[in-house]
Every structure is written in C-alpha cells, then in structure tokens.
Design a protein around this ligand. Structure first.
Ligand SMILES: O=C(O)CCC(=O)C(=O)O
Ligand SMILES: [Fe+2]
Length: 201
C-alpha cells in the first residue's frame, strides 16, 4: 500500500489497519533482532508520565524495550516509519517531528486495560503505529487489540496481532486495550510527536 493511501484512510477515519505492507525480509529482520535481545533488555512497563510513572499490574503487564537506530535490526523499520512520518506531514500537515519506538512483550497472562495513548492538550504524541510480530499467532492465543470510539463499551475494531499487521491511529482519538494474551506476544509501537514547545514531555 502506498503512503498516500494510508494518509487517505487516516484523513477519512482517523485510523488504518494494514496487512502485509512490509516485505517478509523486514519482518524477519525484526524477529531475528528480538530473539537476540536478552531478558534484561526488557523492563516492566509503567503508566503515567515522567515523575508520576508507576508499574501497576492491574492495568498493564507487558515488558518493554525502547528501540533506537543504533540497533541494526531496526534499520529497515526506521526507514519505513520515517517515510510514513514525512508522508503524514505532507498530506495531513500534522507536523510530526520525530518518533519514539518501543518493543513490547506480553507474556502469557499479560494484558493492557483500556487507555488513551495521549490526552488532548497534555502530550505531544499525535500518531500511534503498532506493528505485530507474532508469526504463529492463533485465535486461541487472544491478545487482540480492541479499539473503541469515545465512551462506547463495544469495540468497533478487533485486530489480531499477526505478523505484518499494522494499526495506525490518531493517538488522542481512540481508547484501546490489549485483551488477555495466552501466548508470547510481541508488538512494536511508534509514537510520532509534535513539538509543542513544552518542556518535560
Ligand atoms: O500491543 C498493542 O497492541 C498495543 C499496546 C498499547 O496500547 C500501548 O503500549 O500503548
Ligand atoms: Fe496504547
């Protein structure tokens, strides 16, 4: 799919669910990289911002590892996501100036309760993308991403975390959750940020 098509979907719906936009070689590179990471590269994910951060196991149980371009296996991913950032800026004028990228590992029994990635006016996260990296995913593994509109209790989208599926959405618009995962589950999330000029973000 072309970046212009992705931008069209974002402009119309505020989100896009993409299948198989990445070459298998790129997914393999990421999977190989993940297997190289050691357990101590991951830390328990926290909620809240800056000094208010805390680990709350009733809300989220994933473990995370921040990614950067000095990790060789991320190169193609960062090349692709940089193209996405530039396309979104060109077509949607979002003014995204960089991204932060994080690998999340959900062990069997892990989940992440309903939340927003960004609260209007309180953060510089504008766009979220999540790429799934689970080649042997089966429906019985659970761990779906459930996406909601506003306060609605029923999800309008249920996304299976299969390798190569990517979800992109405007961070302030869609509450979402990760349902209980019964299997090892990996996702690579990028948050694309605007420069709001406020320190400490
Ligand atoms: O892994 C996923 O499907 C989503 C994770 C998530 O919502 C987050 O880390 O903010
Ligand atoms: Fe999230």
């Amino acid at each position: 799919m072309l970046f212009a098509d992705i931008c069209d979907q974002l402009a119309t719906h505020g989100y896009a669910v993409l299948h198989n936009v990445f070459p298998p070689s790129m997914l393999q590179q990421l999977l190989d990289g993940i297997t190289e990471l050691a357990e101590e590269d991951f830390k328990a994910a926290a909620i809240g911002r800056a000094q208010d951060q805390q680990v709350v196991e009733t809300i989220r149980r994933d473990k995370i590892c921040w990614l950067n371009e000095s990790m060789d296996f991320t190169l193609d991913y960062f090349t692709w996501s940089e193209q996405l950032r530039l396309a979104v800026n060109r077509y949607l004028y979002l003014g995204l100036f960089d991204q932060e990228a994080m690998l999340a590992y959900y062990a069997p029994g892990a989940f992440y309760k309903r939340h927003l990635d960004a609260f209007r006016g309180q953060t510089n996260r504008k766009l979220t993308s999540i790429l799934y990296l689970n080649p042997d995913w089966q429906p019985s593994h659970g761990g779906e991403l459930l996406m909601y509109q506003g306060d609605e209790t029923a999800p309008f989208q249920t996304v299976e975390p299969r390798s190569g599926t990517m979800v992109i959405f405007l961070s302030e618009l869609f509450p979402h959750e990760v349902s209980l995962s019964h299997h090892h589950r990996y996702s690579l999330t990028s948050w694309y940020r605007i420069n709001d000029g406020m320190p400490g973000h």
